[in-house]
Design a binder for this molecule. Structure first.
Ligand code: HEC
Length: 144
C-alpha cells in the first residue's frame, strides 16, 4: 500500500515536472522568435527606403537569424505541442520539413551576410532571407 502511494506520488510529481517543462520550453521558443521580429524590423524599414542603410545592423540581424534558426531546431519537442503556443499541430507532424525550413533560413542568412556589400546588394538579398519567415508561418503558425 505504502509502495503504491509512493509510486503514485512520484508519477504525479513527474507529470507536474513535464507540464512545467512544456511552458518553459514554449516560452523560450517564443523568445527566440520574438528576437527575430526585432531583428527584422530595422532592415525591413531600410529595404523599403524608410531608414538609411546600415551594414552593421543588417549583419547583426542576419546573425540573429542564423544562430536562432539553429537553436529553434531543438525547440519543437513534442512536449511543446500544446499550451500557450501559436505553433500549429502540423509543425510537429511534419518535423523533417520544419527542420529543413530552419536549415534554409540559416543557410540563406549566412549566404546573404557574405553577399551583402552595399545598399544595392542588400536590397536584392534581404527579400530572399525574409521570404523564409512568411513561408514557414503560412504552413506552421496560427494566423493572428
Ligand atoms: C521554420 C519555421 C519558421 C521560420 C523559418 C520562421 N518562423 Fe516565426 N514562428 C514560427 C512558429 C511555429 C511560430 C509560433 C511559435 C509559438 O507560438 O510557439 C512563430 C512565431 C513568430 C513570432 C511571434 C513570437 C511571439 O512573441 O510569440 C515572430 C515575431 C516571428 N515568428 C518572426 C519570424 C521572423 C521575422 C522570421 C524570419 C526571419 C521567422 N519568424 C521565421 C515558425 C517559423
Amino acid at each position: 500500500m505504502l509502495r503504491i502511494l509512493a509510486v503514485a506520488s512520484l508519477v504525479a510529481l513527474g507529470a507536474t515536472a513535464v507540464m512545467a517543462q512544456n511552458a518553459a520550453g514554449i516560452a523560450a521558443r517564443k523568445e527566440v522568435l520574438k528576437s527575430f521580429g526585432g531583428a527584422a524590423k530595422e532592415p525591413g524599414a531600410m529595404a523599403k527606403g524608410d531608414a538609411p542603410f546600415d551594414a552593421a545592423k543588417v549583419q547583426a540581424s542576419l546573425k540573429t537569424f542564423e544562430d536562432g534558426a539553429i537553436k529553434l531546431k531543438g525547440m519543437f519537442g513534442d512536449d511543446t505541442k500544446t499550451g500557450d503556443t501559436n505553433a500549429l499541430p502540423a509543425a510537429f507532424e511534419n518535423k523533417a520539413d520544419l527542420m529543413a525550413k530552419f536549415d534554409k533560413l540559416a543557410a540563406d542568412s549566412k549566404a546573404a551576410a557574405a553577399a551583402i556589400k552595399d545598399e544595392a546588394s542588400f536590397k536584392s538579398e534581404w527579400p530572399k532571407v525574409v521570404s523564409n519567415c512568411g513561408g514557414c508561418h503560412k504552413a506552421y503558425r496560427k494566423p493572428n
